[in-house]
Structure formats: structure tokens, C-alpha cells
Design a protein. Structure first.
Length: 456
């Protein structure tokens, strides 16, 4: 499908080529992407012109803003048809975008089975795997032959990603094992399901968080995982495509927050100018006000600066080194916690490790700083010894760098762990926040060292 050519034809009102590709395997995702790139009015009108069975396939792939626009234009009966034919996880994703009154309105458009299931799943926390669950899963019994199982699947199940793995359950619906569909195909039909079971399965609890689901998919390299309740009864299945979407959304949110921006609700290209300013201004104001403390700190040490103006030359160097070391540490710790490599309980291990790291890195930078001042002084490029012995100035810079890099490293590593302990998002300890904190305290360290070494 040549997307650009197709887009031009749609904008001209010609849908023949679009309908011609309706049987392509990737058709729904491609068309949804195409509609998402078009002006809202054209996208909605194009969707409404499509056959009803095609609308149902495409709807789940659209972003929620376009979904809402389409729903508002459709008759209630067509809305009911679309919502009832969505996979349960896609239906939940749509209901998550609604407010309380709208939830009730659209719940009434569902059939009894879907209404009860949706109402039940909406009762679970927003970040639980219940919000990703697909209730259209595939189960068989261990005493069945492979031939019986295949015939059962053919008669009662549809071709969905959830059907790539089948789940063996007992008479009470409790999980016994999971079997990839390929194992059925590669074995003789007269064998029983029990003959090809390995007795090992990985599952999710319906109360597990989405982060737990992401971690298990990474750890066990599965395409689908069953979700069970406290009695080990299979409630549904979560597939890798939904987890990838959630992981991407979470990583995007963390990256935005780490950069000092409130997370965007829509993609960058679809976020309005006003919303973009609102999302960015808050953090900038907070950081600007915080940086004012830097000016306050410098005012406090104005006397020392008047006595040794040479110290002012190294303020940017000192501040950036502390901020950079803090940002490095924060990045490493936040990522390690996201990958479940660390938890707040490991704070002492992290602190010990970062103390040695900070001292080593500080000594490296301090040595470079000392050598730099020595070279400039001895080659006559600048005279640092106009009022004080240049060696003492170099020693002040070197010692300050050790202390500031150590402090930056400790701050950057401990703040995320503290936020995690307080059940806050560690990404909120963004690089700008850590850098601002270290800037202010770094100046205090710098001038305190200078006061002791130079006897200011």
C-alpha cells in the first residue's frame, strides 16, 4: 500500500483504493496510521464512509482523540456494534479515556456479557494487568488428544494473537500448563495433551502491575501470558503487542519527566501549542526559582569573591561537574530500578558503591583541573597567583571538584531511591532537578573549601 498515494486519493474523496486493500493482513494498522496523519475532519469522514465490518477492525488502532471524534458522529447502534466487537483489552483502553458520566453511557451500549466483564475490569487499579487482559483466550483439557484439541480450537476460537498459546485447565478452570500452538502442529494427532506438556508455565496475577508484566515478558521471552485470580483460575491473557505499547508509553513518560517536562497526553506533533507551553512552563519555573538559590549562595560569599576574583572563573566548571555527575548517577539508578535490578532496600549497597565512584571520579577531574591550572600558569597564558599562591588556587579547585562530584553522585543516586520509597515516580528526580540541587550545594562546598585553603 503506497501510503502517500492513498492519502492523496482519500483527500480527493476517492476511497476505491482504500477498500481494495481491505483484505491485507496489515490493513487495520496501516489505515489507522493513515487516518491519524490526516486532518481530523477528513479522517472522521473517511472512517464513516467505510463498511461497518471494516470500521470495527480499524477502530482499535486509532488514537483516543480520533476514537472520540468518530463515536460522537456515529448512531448509537453502530457505536454499540463497534464496542461489542472490540477485544476486551481494546475496549478497556477506550473506556479509560472517558469520564464517569460517559462510562455509564457507553456501558449501556454493551451486551450483558461485555458490560459485566468491562465493569469488573474497570474496578482494578489503572496500572494493573487487568487493564490489558484479553478475555478471548484458548483452553483445552490434558486428557484430550491433539486431534480433539485442534478441532475444538477450529470450531470455537478466532484467529487472534491470544491464540498463539493455548492453556491447559482442569475441570474448575484452574491453570495446569501452557502450550505454544506450534507444539500441537508438530506432534501426531493421536497423542494426548498431557503427552506434550512440560509442567512449567509462567503466569501473571490479576493484581500484578503493568511493570510486573513487562518484566516477566522480558525475562521469559513469551508472546502471551495467562492472567489468573487468587484461586489460579484463568481470567484471560495478556499478549506481547499490548505490553510493548505499554512499555513504550511508560518509557516515553519517564524520558519526558526526566528531561523536566510533564508527560504529554498526545504525541508531540498532535499536542497543541498552548498545551505544550503548559507542560513545559511548570518545571521551568520551578527550576528557575531553584536556580535563584545559586545567586543567593553567591551573594553570601560575595566577600570571598571580592578577595579572590580568580575563584569566579571556576564557578561554571565547578557547577557543571557536580550537575553532570548527579545526572549520570540518577540516570543509572532510575534505569536499574526500572529493570528491577535495584530496589529501595539496596540503598546502602548503592551508597557505598557511589561513594567510591564519586571519590574516584572527583579525583580524576580534580587532577585534570590541577594540571590545567599548572600548565596555564607555567606557560604564562594566565597568572593565577596575582594575590595568592597559584598552587593554593589549583589545590582549592581540585579539592572542590572531589567534594562536589562526590556530593553530586550521592544526590543523584539517593534521590530516586528516596522517591521510590515514598511511592513517587523516580523519574521526577529528573536531571534538571538533580543538577539544580547540586549547583546550589556545590557553590557552598566550593567557597567553603576556598575559605579554608586560602584563609579568606
Amino acid at each position: 500500500m503506497l501510503v502517500q498515494d492513498l492519502r492523496e486519493k482519500i483527500l480527493e474523496g476517492d476511497l476505491s483504493e482504500l477498500l481494495h486493500h481491505s483484505k491485507d493482513e496489515d490493513y487495520p494498522a496501516e489505515v489507522a496510521k493513515l487516518l491519524g496523519s490526516m486532518p481530523s475532519e477528513y479522517a472522521i469522514n473517511t472512517f464513516l464512509a467505510l463498511p461497518e465490518n471494516v470500521q470495527t477492525k480499524i477502530f482499535a488502532f486509532l488514537d483516543h482523540i480520533l476514537q472520540r471524534g468518530i463515536i460522537e458522529e456515529l448512531p448509537r447502534q453502530k457505536v454499540s456494534n463497534i464496542l461489542n466487537n472490540l477485544e476486551s483489552n481494546d475496549r478497556i483502553a477506550f473506556f479509560d479515556t472517558l469520564d464517569g458520566v460517559e462510562v455509564t453511557e457507553y456501558l449501556n451500549l454493551l451486551n450483558d456479557k461485555n458490560r459485566l466483564a468491562t465493569y469488573d475490569l474497570l474496578g482494578y487499579p489503572e496500572q494493573s494487568v487487568a487493564r490489558l487482559i484479553n478475555t478471548n483466550f484458548t483452553t483445552v483439557r490434558k486428557e484430550w488428544t491433539i486431534g480433539q484439541a485442534i478441532e475444538h480450537l477450529r470450531r470455537f476460537y478466532t484467529d487472534t494473537p491470544a491464540a498463539n498459546v493455548i492453556f491447559v485447565v482442569d475441570n474448575n478452570g484452574k491453570l495446569v500448563d501452557d502450550i505454544p500452538i506450534r507444539r500441537l502442529v508438530l506432534n501426531e494427532h493421536n497423542k494426548t495433551i498431557e503427552d506434550i506438556m512440560d509442567g512449567f508455565y509462567v503466569k501473571l496475577d490479576i493484581q500484578d502491575s503493568i511493570e510486573d508484566a513487562i518484566q516477566k515478558f522480558k525475562e521469559y521471552d513469551r508472546v502471551a501470558l495467562p492472567v489468573t485470580n487468587s484461586n489460579n483460575v484463568v481470567m484471560g491473557v495478556v499478549t506481547i503487542d499490548d505490553v510493548i505499547d505499554e512499555a513504550e508509553e511508560k518509557d516515553t513518560k519517564d524520558m519526558q519527566q526526566f528531561g523536566g517536562v510533564e508527560s504529554l497526553d498526545l504525541p508531540y506533533v498532535k499536542t497543541s501549542f498552548v498545551t505544550m507551553i503548559q507542560k513545559r512552563a511548570g518545571w521551568l519555573i520551578v527550576l528557575f526559582l531553584s536556580e535563584m538559590l545559586t545567586a543567593t549562595a553567591m551573594q553570601h560569599f560575595q566577600v570571598e569573591l571580592d578577595k579572590a576574583l580568580v575563584l569566579a572563573m571556576f564557578v561554571p566548571l565547578i557547577m557543571s561537574s557536580g550537575g553532570n555527575s548527579g545526572s549520570q548517577a540518577a540516570t543509572l539508578i532510575i534505569r536499574a530500578m526500572a529493570l528491577k535490578e535495584l530496589s529501595p532496600r539496596d540503598w546502602w549497597y548503592v551508597m557505598r558503591r557511589e561513594i567510591f565512584s564519586g571519590l574516584t571520579l572527583g579525583l580524576i577531574l580534580g587532577t585534570i583541573g590541577f594540571i590545567r591550572i599548572s600548565i596555564w600558569q607555567n606557560l604564562g597564558w594566565y597568572n593565577y597567583g596575582q594575590h595568592y599562591n597559584w598552587v593554593l588556587v589549583a589545590f582549592t579547585v581540585a579539592c572542590s571538584l572531589v567534594g562536589i562530584v562526590l556530593w553530586g553522585t550521592l544526590s543523584g543516586s539517593m534521590i530516586p531511591m528516596l522517591l521510590k520509597r515514598l511511592r513517587l515516580d523516580p523519574a521526577a528526580s529528573s536531571a534538571p532537578f538533580v543538577a539544580t540541587l547540586v549547583d546550589v550545594t556545590g557553590l557552598i562546598i566550593y567557597f567553603s573549601v576556598a575559605a579554608m585553603v586560602l584563609h579568606l
